[in-house]
Design a protein around this ligand. Structure first.
Ligand code: F6P
Length: 321
């Protein structure tokens, strides 16, 4: 029997636990012996590699985070530690690895693959949705739903108090979470790192709207701009509205995985195992236009992601484009 391991690397996402459940169950179905690596690449280096059983994955499908822990590993950037990691895997006879993580994790895996010839398959997992080559990363739907609930709640108080609220959402340097959240929560403003904004243009529109009766504002800004306080002050000074800032922070990373997330986790994981069994040794499972496909890691790492132009066009007025 062949052995296969899975690890979670980088920021955890809701959807990792459903993926772990599928990993164990589908591995057994395919006659593989499943292993968990605890704590991402750190766990590989420290030999925290344990056999997984059905019992390990009962009662986790509805939980956010990851049962096998995640980490951002600095040590994995050094060759001597990657050598140790490979030795630990080989000692247990593991020659296949599934990696749930973001672009940083995949870059690490690319180097590891080239040096150590251990087959791996990546599953894009980051709430930021900033991986080149895939339109969807695990965790995004749940994060968007967390933001939706928070924004709807903030709207209640914003409208009662006639205030402007600036909500900062995660996403690192990517504006995807901010843009989709602004579009789906009826925000008046959305500022993201990818698009140059024009406050003067927004001011003209807002003042007109206020004249016509608008009495509160919701602005969603991406964390990459680091300008939430400045925008709140702008609402006070230029639009004449009392303002508040809410930074949603790490609540966006947790919570009960949505139905879509669970299904995506199951599908990503099934494709990952199938890809390794079919002999693919350095691929990432991508999801584009409703379909899953495999891309080689170099393709993923060769370019920076680009924000979906059709979403930018939908959000034109919020972005002040
Ligand atoms: O996982 C992605 C992410 O949540 C980003 O959106 C954010 O910038 C970062 O991780 C926060 O990292 P940490 O949990 O290390 O503070």
């Amino acid at each position: 029997m062949s052995q296969i391991a899975i690890l979670c690397s980088g920021g955890d996402v809701s959807g990792m636990n459903p993926a772990l459940k599928r990993f164990v169950e589908y591995s057994f179905e395919k006659g593989l012996i499943p292993y968990f690596v605890q704590g991402g690449y750190e766990g590989l280096i420290d030999n925290l590699i344990v056999k997984a059983s059905y019992n390990d994955v009962t009662g986790i499908i509805h939980r956010g985070g990851t049962k096998i822990y995640s980490a951002r590993s600095k040590r994995f950037m050094q060759k001597k530690h990657r050598n140790t990691a490979a030795m630990n895997l080989k000692a247990q006879g593991i020659d296949k690895l599934v990696v749930l993580g973001g672009d940083g994790s995949f870059r690490g895996m690319d180097v590891f693959f080239k040096e150590q010839a251990i087959s791996f398959c990546g599953i894009p997992a980051t709430i930021d949705n900033d991986i080149n080559g895939t339109q969807y990363c695990l965790g995004v739907d749940t994060a968007l739903n967390v933001i939706k609930v928070a924004t709807d709640n903030i709207r209640d108080t914003a409208s009662s108090f006639k205030r402007a609220f600036v909500i900062e959402v995660m996403g690192n340097d990517c504006g995807y979470l901010a843009l989709v959240s602004a579009l789906t929560s009826g925000a008046e403003m959305c500022l993201i790192p990818e698009i140059q904004y024009d406050l003067e243009k927004l001011k003209i529109r807002y003042l007109k709207e206020v004249e016509q009766g608008r009495n509160y504002f919701i602005a969603i800004v991406a964390e990459g701009l680091a300008n939430a306080k400045e925008i709140a002050q702008w609402f006070e000074d230029e639009i004449g509205f009392e303002s508040r800032v809410t930074t949603l922070g790490h609540i966006q990373r947790g919570g009960n995985p949505t139905v879509k997330e669970r299904l995506m986790a199951y599908q990503f994981c099934t494709y990952a195992i199938d890809s390794l069994l079919s002999g693919k040794s350095n691929s990432v499972i991508c999801y584009n236009n409703g379909k899953f496909d495999f891309k080689e890691i170099y393709e993923i790492n060769s370019k920076k992601y680009e924000i979906d132009k059709s979403l930018v066009s939908l959000g034109k007025s919020l972005l002040s484009k």
